[in-house]
Design a protein. Sequence first.
Length: 350
Amino acid sequence: MKTDVLMHLTALSNVNGKNSLREGSSVYVRIIKNNGNNSYLAAFSGGRFFLKSKIPLSEGSGFLAKLKLENGKIILQKVQSNPENKDSIQRVTTENQARFLEKMGLVPDNISFSLLQQMKMLGSRFSLTAFQKSRKIANKIKNKEKTATDVAFILEEKGISSDEKKVAEILGNDNTSGEISEKIELPLKTENPFKVFFGNILNSSENLKNQPGILTLFNHIGFCFDSGDFSIHEKKGFGSWIKIPFEFNFEEKNGNGSFCGFLKNSSKNLEKAVVCFYLENENYVFEFGLNGNKLLYLNAGCSDSLKTKILVEILNSSFEKTKIGKIDSFQDFSEFSADDIEISSVSLSV
């Protein structure tokens, strides 16, 4: 089977540590985007490159390859799986997660692992400094460490230097934010109350009258929708997050909440959202993923564990074709929760 992938020799000028790459060097190649016509954007050795391949490659996939120089071109020869190299790429599991994180210089816990998933979702490069700074800031914000870590990291990725004050302003105090978009009446008897409610939230974002502040800045930068040059998209990452806080009335009770959405650069579409409702002594959280107009999954939880079970049962009956999950712990949950993206440990030898 043909396993060669071609790219220009001059592309090596962009590789970090290019002097160590030579004939026979081993690299781990990750496919970032399929540009069509057998052209792909790939990442390896700390750089990102355009390459041609006669074999189909999937976005997000990776493979081990050896470098070969021929007629002014680089040939990446795909290494087939065999007993000698089967352990070169390993999926990070619950059993080996702590050891993997320690090797990277990270605190071996679920927050560090979810931060890695956030990094992959945003399409950013690994930075130990950014990880450590995010954790340090989040440690000062009690009972919201996981969300605070995500916020600090996302701020840095948006080009905003994060600190405790900025993170606290994004989170809001006592489940509220200083920048409320508007008060929304929850639809009680409509044909599709979900559609009406989310439509109100998203449509209101076009006419927000918030005072200038960190949340307004947070919602307006970190994206790259206008340019057709995908290399610029790559500098900005795969996409970014917005947050729209709101107040609402339900059965003569006042509440507040937030809508956090991940918008993808390439499609300009909402790919994931987390919606939180805080109503007096009860909190509700909904997390869902989208592919166009298709609902991929829906996770839900309530601060009352008994109501969580009832809530999941109702959703299962209402969304029979959608995978429904349960959110058990609010403390371990983030408003900016990244998808459960597979993390791999790669070991290469040259």
